[in-house]
Write a protein that binds this ligand. Structure first.
Ligand code: SAM
Length: 172
């Protein structure tokens, strides 16, 4: 059965799952402690949790206008509840009662503007979000995105960020 629900109020009975997976969700949740408490409640003792989130402060993105890039990424941070959640996630998992907590960082890096690269994939999402916010007009957001296409055409595109995978167990 498939449920669509808020992660802080899961419509499932206690200890009813062997595994739980959360991919780029907790970074959007205002109360990650409540979400982790729910995941802990839903897992059976011995059940495993995998949480994947991005630390957006790790983004390294080439631009001839680094000040505009910095402002665009600062505005983009505003669409997240916590753009640096991985920094505190292990401690939050421990507080929620999880054990055997491990963290691994995965670098998503691309020196080519290909549709399957993470940087190229998030470009239109960021353009849409920042357009008309703070000092970034729709036109400025368009110029910001256009520069990345131009860099790609010239073979000068570069994007990298670190995405973190945390695994943990509900103690038996
Ligand atoms: C960037 S998307 C990730 C979607 C998918 N996991 C993936 O990796 O493609 C963020 C997702 O978090 C979900 N989300 C945000 N807050 C949530 C909450 N409180 N409870 C459940 N889901 C939430 C949104 O509905 C959205 O689907």
């Amino acid at each position: 059965m498939l449920h669509q629900a808020d992660v802080t109020a899961l419509p499932v009975t206690d200890a009813s799952f062997d595994r739980a997976l959360s991919v780029q969700v907790l970074e959007y949740v205002a109360d990650p402690a409540a979400a982790l408490a729910e995941l802990h409640r839903a897992l059976r003792p011995g059940g495993r949790l995998v949480v994947w989130d991005v630390d957006w402060s790790t983004v390294s993105w080439h631009s001839a206008d680094p000040d505009r890039m910095r402002r665009v990424l600062a505005i983009w941070d505003g669409h997240l509840a916590d753009p640096c959640l991985p920094r505190t996630l292990a401690a939050r998992m421990r507080s929620a009662g999880f054990g055997d907590i491990r963290a691994e960082g995965h670098t998503f890096a691309s020196a080519e503007f290909t549709p399957d690269s993470y940087g190229a994939a998030v470009l239109p999402l960021i353009q849409q979000y920042v357009a008309g916010r703070e000092d970034i007009t729709g036109e400025a957001a368009g110029r910001w995105a256009a520069e990345q296409h131009e860099l790609g055409e010239r073979g000068e595109f570069f994007f990298a960020c670190i995405q973190f995978c945390f695994t943990a167990t509900r103690p038996g």
